[in-house]
Design a protein around this ligand. Sequence first.
Ligand SMILES: Nc1ncnc(NCCc2cnc(NC(=O)Nc3cccc(C(F)(F)F)c3)s2)c1Br
Length: 273
Amino acid sequence: APLMERPEWSLSDFEIGKFIGEGKFGKVYLGREKQSGYVVALKVTYKAKLQKYRFHAHLRREIEIQHGLDHPNVLRLFAWFHDAERVILVLEYAARGELYKLLRSVSHFSERTAATYVASLAGALAYCHKKQVIHRDIKPENLLLDIEGRLKIADFGWAVRSNAKRHTLCGTIDYLAPEMVEKKAHDYAVDNWTLGILCYEFLYGSPPFEAAEQQDTLMRIVKVDLLFPKTHDISADAKDLICKLLVKDSSKRISLDDILKHPWIVKNAEPSG
Ligand SMILES: Nc1ncnc(NCCc2cnc(NC(=O)Nc3cccc(C(F)(F)F)c3)s2)c1Br
């Protein structure tokens, strides 16, 4: 049966290939399903590392969320299974790996590349939000690239299905929206803020509110202390979009749909996304 249908998988159904990445709580390997020859990514998490997690509930929620999502820019999570000591996720394989490694290797992206990724993210997040899913942990580490270089949002390990306001503080601090830093109620608009952080980071190579101490980063976030250093002369359109996303009042941030109509995106993003 194809990947999606098999009721119970086990590691013996797969040939384990090379190490391809290190994720939250575990390592990721290339895998090939023996019967179909289908190539996947296998994320192996040791249960010992998950004590404080009620990982069954966590994974069940992640699977449910992922099963409900079918979008070209969302990484598929086909199934999960576990043995005595490990939990294994069977994932779509993104052959060009982690976007942040590409970003570090080229130091910063061109405006066309950055705009293409921002457009893909806006499309994927608009789709997720219509499905009442907030990812909440969008950061370069959770963005992957498939064989064609197309962006894939991964790791819905922190995602929630939500039509109410959320209060859980999660995610890497550079990407936290002010309302999360101030522990106010937050909603979908946190992903819009994060998109602004990412757009800046794609163009400059580091996030806008980075500081030596975590406390300083949090202060810069709540002040929206946004600077465009002269090191890179980015276009006025790019600055305009970033300023429309990094707005303290979450209700005033440009919507995901309007991002796709913004001049910077229209002029620079590749249609294939
Ligand atoms: N080239 C590649 N191609 C495909 N994937 C790659 N890396 C894996 C990306 C992921 C996708 N989804 C994930 N989800 C989770 O990790 N969930 C998660 C997280 C914490 C705890 C738990 C739990 F086990 F405790 F529930 C579950 S990681 C790479 Br590199």
